[in-house]
Unconditional design. Structure first.
Length: 352
């Protein structure tokens, strides 16, 4: 399987991973041959890349069926959570949070960081998938920061619920595509407070989970909101989710802008070290996530193009690259690999 930008997808190529709607049902199933109708449709709804089956890369990306199922259940469950909040149904909210914990436990114990980061997101399913991506990323970062089991659940739950306060803000403001007025922006900035208020009313939600929700827009240098907290006045929970929320947000398409390429999003996080984000957290981020996802086609400084097939831990910009025989041959002689750890004169200059 390889990761391909929609503009590079050719007719009759076969979809490698399911594409879901916001309700968690399948929009297009893995195995479908992409004809021009499907390709146009996917572009129209804002899909910018898809996984394509490619036997030359079959050993690279395995599909974790259990995780796919847990994510689908979680997406379905998100609308229940919102309903429970509206109906002030504490028992219902408590039950739906248990479903989130199942996903978090699975990610923390069995997840492979390389499999998880790049699911297909469209405009319409942005909100829930963004929450789930933020939850999964935060859990990985928490594992690397040696959070204990309870803390991981608190962190992951808070990360998935981080924007729950937006349910208190009118849709006309949340979905506005033109620029916001000053008053509207001030209202948006209150969503961490609204989220805190919602969760505080539910006594089974831990203080650390509430901190994630109330602090996820606070910034290390005090330029965040709603309270302008600085440095260690922001909890480690709030700091982790602050970084992951930004990364997951800018790597998605929104109605008002195109997604960042993964390398640009990564650069954004690194450039915020010591200002927007705690330097220590950014260092952990670097040791946890790689810049170029597995299966991604990249261009090297020697003008050769190839696919990322293996990461080198701690060196996010120097993975192993598989270069294909362009005559389309298959089998063992159809490619060779360059390990950028051993070829220090070669660098990645971009995503193809
Ligand atoms: Fe937010």
């Amino acid at each position: 399987m390889r990761l391909e930008f929609m503009c590079n997808v050719k007719e009759n190529e076969v979809l490698g991973k399911n594409i879901y709607t916001s309700e968690g049902t399948i929009l297009l199933k893995a195995g479908v041959s992409l004809n021009s109708f499907f390709i146009d449709k996917l572009k129209k709804i804002g899909v910018s890349y898809v996984y394509i089956q490619d036997e030359r890369l079959d050993d690279v990306l395995a599909i974790d069926d259990k995780l796919v199922e847990l994510k689908r259940l979680t997406i379905k469950n998100m609308s229940k959570i919102v309903k429970n909040v509206f109906n002030k149904d504490k028992k219902g909210l408590h039950d739906s949070i248990e479903i989130l914990e199942e996903l978090i436990d699975y990610v923390a114990e069995n997840g492979d960081v390389n499999d998880l980061l790049f699911d297909v997101k469209t405009y319409d399913n942005y909100t829930y998938l963004h929450c789930i991506d933020t939850g999964i990323m935060s859990t990985f970062l928490g594992v690397n920061m040696k959070f204990n089991h309870l803390e991981l659940r608190e962190l992951g739950t808070g990360a998935i619920l981080h924007d729950i306060g937006k349910t208190k803000i009118p849709n006309s403001i949340i979905n506005k595509t033109s620029s916001l007025t000053k008053e509207e922006f001030e209202e948006i900035k209150r969503h961490p407070i609204y989220g805190k208020e919602i969760l505080e009313k539910n006594y089974s939600i831990s203080d650390n989970t509430i901190k994630v929700v109330s602090e996820h827009h606070e910034r290390f240098d005090g330029k965040g909101y709603p309270n302008g907290l600085t440095g260690n006045a922001i909890s480690k929970f709030g700091k982790v989710v602050g970084v992951c929320d930004v990364y997951a947000a800018v790597t998605s398409n929104r109605s008002y802008r195109k997604r960042f390429k993964p390398n640009d999003a990564y650069e954004l996080i690194l450039s915020g070290s010591g200002t927007m984000f705690d330097d220590e957290i950014v260092q952990k981020f670097k040791n946890t996530f790689s810049i170029y996802p597995l299966g991604c086609r990249v261009i090297l400084s020697n003008s050769i193009e190839g696919y990322v097939v293996k990461q080198n831990v701690g060196f996010p910009d120097r993975p192993v690259i598989r270069v294909m025989d362009e005559n389309g041959k298959t089998g063992a002689n159809s490619f060779y690999e360059i390990n950028l750890m051993n070829s220090i004169n070669i660098t990645i200059i971009g995503i193809a």
